[in-house]
Ligand binder design. Structure first.
Ligand code: SF4
Ligand code: MG
Length: 330
């Protein structure tokens, strides 16, 4: 079976004055049609680099290895011209900051229509405009025909994000990458935008990758979850695996640091220690300087990097920790 998106052993290194910094270090995953994979982690974990790489967006000072297959075509092996044909057409992206991404001087209808015409050069203006209005309707912009004539500043934050999503889906891509799509929005609007993404996924059968630091967002929309730390996936599984039987101490820390909406005003428990980055990666298990379970395992954590290994009870559940499969975390 061909997956809409399949990533194998992705590695992204950056050349810096301090030497080579490894931002993504051997990441593999695939997303089925109509499924949502959430990649969760703190900032600097490599999740945004991973999501940009999926679109073939690689910085000049970066070296990339591995493969990123979009409907079987390897983004990393294509020419820039070929990548441009796929981007916005078979694979699209929604960013956090809609205001920065939209042109303030063009109507939103024009901008969505342009996103369509790039990949449908034979469409005339009228056809492209009609398609844009349809896309705005699909993302829940009320009175889309009228609002198409307005400019971005006439839209609220949540409505602007819907416009961004309309641009991303106007060509009905097979894969949608959403990097912190709701982080800039307040909680109510955030839930509405997630609802829109969820409906589109279902209606269009898109495969989605959702990059976020927010486990609340994950719980609302994801099917599968990959927890990323220091350029690696340290745990992977279904939403149920990750929330109900976390098997990596870092995942447990993320769950404990998520604010409980019931316990209002209570401070969340932070994971102690500073997140490691690619340039200062600890030896052995990259999480060891922050891990409360390290003493239980001992020296091995400091010298040997754990591989993603199977966990009991679920076929998809994997964790990279020397504690081993039978050790239950509280
Ligand atoms: Fe903690 Fe060791 Fe597991 Fe790393 S391998 S998460 S240091 S117990
Ligand atoms: Mg980021």
């Amino acid at each position: 079976e061909q997956f809409p998106l399949r990533v194998d052993d992705l590695r992204v290194d950056f050349a810096t004055r301090q030497g080579t910094v490894s931002a993504v270090d051997g990441v593999s995953f695939q997303v089925e049609r109509g499924h949502v994979l959430a990649i969760v982690g703190e900032s600097g974990s490599g999740k945004s680099v991973t999501s940009r790489a999926c679109l073939g967006l690689i910085d000049d000072n970066a070296t990339t290895r591995g493969s990123i297959l979009v409907e079987g075509q390897d983004m990393l092996a294509l020419t820039e011209r070929e990548r441009n044909k796929l981007r916005g057409q078979r694979i699209s992206m929604v960013f956090q900051d809609a205001l920065a991404a939209l042109n303030p001087f063009a109507t939103v209808g024009r901008q969505v229509a342009d996103a369509y015409r790039v990949h449908h050069p034979s469409a005339n203006r009228k056809q492209a405009h009609a398609r844009a209005v349809e896309a705005l309707a699909a993302v829940g912009v009320p009175e889309p025909a009228q609002r198409a004539a307005q400019f971005p500043h006439e839209f609220s934050g949540g409505m602007r994000q819907r416009v961004m999503i309309a641009m991303a889906i106007v060509n009905e891509p097979a894969v949608l990458i959403a990097d912190e799509p709701t982080t800039a929005l307040d909680v109510t609007v955030q839930a509405q935008v997630l609802q829109v993404l969820d409906e589109l996924r279902e209606r269009m059968g898109m495969a989605m990758v959702l990059v976020t630091h927010d486990l609340g967002v994950v719980a609302q929309i994801a099917d599968e979850v990959a927890v990323m730390y220091c350029g690696h996936f340290v745990e992977k599984g279904t939403v149920f695996d990750i929330f109900d039987r976390p098997s990596h101490p870092y995942t447990l820390g993320l769950l404990n640091s998520t604010p409980d909406p019931e316990a209002d005003g209570k401070r969340l428990k932070a994971i102690p220690g500073v997140p490691a980055s690619g340039s200062s990666r600890p030896s052995g298990c990259p999480f060891h300087p922050r891990c409360a379970y390290q003493p239980e395992v001992g020296e091995r954590c400091l010298v040997e990097r754990p591989e993603l290994g199977e966990r009991p009870g679920s076929e998809q559940h994997r964790a990279a920790c020397h504690l081993g499969p039978e050790r239950k975390l509280p």
